[in-house]
Design a binder for this molecule. Sequence first.
Ligand code: ZN
Ligand code: ZN
Length: 261
Amino acid sequence: MTLPVADTWFTASRIAEGVTLILEPHVHVLEQANMFLVEGAERDMILDTGMGIAPLAPFLDTLRPDPAKDIICVSSHTHIDHIGGVHEFATRLVHPLEAEEMAAPSGLNSLFRRDMPDRLLQTFLDAGYPPIGELLIDALPHAGYDPESYVLRGAPATGLLDEGDVVDLGDRRFHVLHLPGHSPGGIGLWEPASGTLFGGDAIYDGPLIYEGPGMSIPAYRQTFAKLRQLDVRIVHGGHDPSFGPERMAEIIEEYEERWDG
Ligand SMILES: [Zn+2]
Ligand SMILES: [Zn+2]
């Protein structure tokens, strides 16, 4: 099997004031997570770091107005599609319940479908994702790249983020929300001043995943109750395009009805 070499591994689009969405278009949609670069007056933030197939930090430096400025890396949670580039950053923040996993990832650690547990594949199919081929990528990041060489490295946290903490970028302050259900230490970032919510994989406009190791429907219900309290204007989720408060209410309702059976 020969894959083409990608022109560019990452794409970037400005989606809000000071917020840039970064994607890996050659990663299969089910593991293609959103990464958000948020520019701050004193420091920038990268929220989630993709699969770790190509170096992310040098790409971010091409986007940042001042690449010499500090950048802090926040992981919404520690699934393979969110922590791939975490080792590239000096400041690495995660919820305490997933710090161990970020330091030494124990989950999926391969680009090959054959290494994905059948149960996991079935979960994704049941959720509505398209089937995957032999590989999670449809292009190579550079000529000569060997998909067999892929490793999810992880890195130890340099600090912890829990409910009530604030990520302060100088002019922008994000309140940490603990949002378990999809993963035990999932967090969201909430900026009251702008009504902006970064939801991680707790909420996005695509098939939500709530059955698997570390997942819990009762916890997810509480997470949704917490999200309902927010006077949200825009939600940037862990996958799929951003959406507004009406859509957020619809998504929550859809899953609550499903769980009510
Ligand atoms: Zn994800
Ligand atoms: Zn996830």
